[in-house]
Write a protein that binds this ligand. Structure first.
Ligand SMILES: [Zn+2]
Length: 253
């Protein structure tokens, strides 16, 4: 049901056929990709690719990869049912956010005095410190998703809020990229800064594909979300007396 060609969005009944006798001569696999009747490309070449290829094409911001994920792989664009693997991805992204935020704040104030908020926070057991940053990032994420779901529902008339959240989570995958830099001991705030912008652009592209709106409309949506999130995070950091993240997108300093 409801598959599309990822090149031109033309509906196709199936993405591939399997056959024991007529296997693809080039690849030697029994899977034969469907050719799009309109644009003559393969309807969805990603059916045969593994996650690494998808991830790289996501970093390269290819619209086809989002059409594949949102329309063909996850049914969410059609029935608005959240996928379990996307829920897990959401948790992973949240935990990674906690790490990046914590690392950034510690780096910005390397020797906190014992009377400052960070000093007091540092004296708490590690679990309390962790819960603090977890709640901060959770609030930030909820505000971000709510803003974009709200605007897309009330202003763009898009009635599938879970599909919106899925698009945001999938397109935030590039956020996981600096984990390599963390392993190689790179400068965490600088990594977060460059990746932060890449994530906003990826969010924009995914929203444009899912909602089928123009670039300015998608940009307005993505930037409103990022702006409201940044404002609320900085407000919390200001109230608690912790170093703020400027006009940060994921710790942009
Ligand atoms: Zn096509």
């Amino acid at each position: 049901m409801g598959k599309v060609c990822i090149e031109c969005k033309y509906p196709v009944p199936v993405l591939y056929t399997t056959s024991q006798t007529a296997y693809d001569r080039k690849t030697g696999s029994p899977v034969r990709l469907t050719q799009c009747p309109r644009c003559k490309h393969f309807a969805d070449k990603y059916v045969e690719h593994d996650f690494v290829v998808l991830f790289i094409d996501m970093i390269l911001i290819k619209p086809q990869v989002y059409r594949h994920l949102l329309f063909n792989r996850l049914q969410v664009a059609e029935d608005d049912k959240p996928d379990r693997s996307i829920t897990r991805l959401g948790v992973l992204l949240l935990l990674f956010d906690v790490y990046l935020t914590w690392a950034r704040i510690e780096k910005q104030a390397p020797t906190p005095s014992s009377t400052s908020t960070l000093g007091i926070l540092n004296q708490q057991p590690i679990v309390i410190q962790y819960i603090f940053f977890l709640l901060l990032c959770l609030t930030e994420t909820i505000i971000f998703h709510s803003t974009i779901r709200f605007i897309s529902f009330y202003y763009y008339g898009f009635t599938k809020p879970n599909a919106v959240s899925t698009a945001l989570l999938v397109s935030s995958c590039t956020k996981l990229f600096p984990i390599l830099m963390v392993i190689w001991n790179y400068d965490v705030p600088a990594a977060a800064k460059s990746v932060g912008w890449a994530v906003v652009v990826n969010n924009l592209e995914a929203l444009r594909i899912l909602l089928d709106v123009s670039y300015p409309k998608a940009a307005l949506l993505a930037f409103s979300g990022a702006l409201v999130r940044s404002l609320s995070t900085n407000m919390i950091l200001y109230w608690t007396g912790l170093p703020m993240s400027g006009w940060g997108f994921e710790g942009w300093v």
